[in-house]
Design a protein. Structure first.
Length: 209
């Protein structure tokens, strides 16, 4: 069973859980929050279980940190919706794992009596194809929004991040969508976590062996 919840990325000199938006969380709820390896420059990533994070927290966290924030709403590790907000209140969104997102977003006709039969019907396949095409058409604008958000976050390489590579990543698939979120941050030019780089070095060493 995959992870369902939110992965939140923000910069702060203090731990993000110290932010006032999390004051209502109890000690047990805070212990359930998983911290990813931090990235240089104070960038932190927190993984919240389902039911803890709310969209309204984005603005509060931006105000507290004084920096752009983004959060990925993850369902069973198979699909994610990333929402970013900068200090000017500008928002962007992008779906991760588009095939899974399309399946999630396809609207079921009101006259369907058996959902299992609908899911294997030609009508469902056609509706899925249309929704997938709609999401694909949004990718260039989503990628541009992500690049602008990263630039607002002060990422030195954000302006030179290749639009085509961001689009390719948004159209790609990973078994665990959390990995795709992490790769998106890398591609946007955010400094990589040390543990992340060490893992890649280990992979290269094993390949050479």
């Amino acid at each position: 069973m995959g992870f369902s919840g939110h992965v939140v990325f923000a910069r702060g000199e203090r731990p993000l859980l110290d932010a006032p938006v999390f004051d209502a969380l109890g000690a047990e709820e805070k212990r359930a929050v998983h911290a990813w390896p931090p990235r240089p420059g104070g960038w932190q990533t927190l993984q919240f279980p389902h039911g803890v994070w709310e969209d309204s927290h984005l603005g509060g966290l931006v105000e507290w940190t004084g920096a752009p924030v983004c959060a990925a709403d993850v369902s069973d590790s198979s699909v994610g919706l990333v929402t970013g907000v900068d200090t000017g209140g500008r928002r962007w969104q992008a779906w991760l794992n588009l095939d899974s997102a399309a399946a999630l977003l396809v609207e079921e006709p009101e006259d369907v009596d058996d959902t299992s039969l609908w899911a294997v019907s030609d009508e469902f396949a056609a509706a899925l194809s249309r929704k997938r095409a709609e999401l694909d058409a949004e990718v260039p604008a989503d990628a541009e929004g992500a690049r602008a958000w990263a630039a607002a976050a002060g990422v030195p390489d954000a302006d030179t991040a290749e639009q085509s590579r961001i689009e390719e990543l948004l159209r790609s698939h990973e078994t665990f969508v959390e990995d795709l979120f992490d790769l998106l941050l890398d591609e946007l030019g955010f400094p990589r976590a040390q543990a992340h780089d060490e893992d890649e070095d280990d992979c290269e060493d094993r390949t050479q062996d």
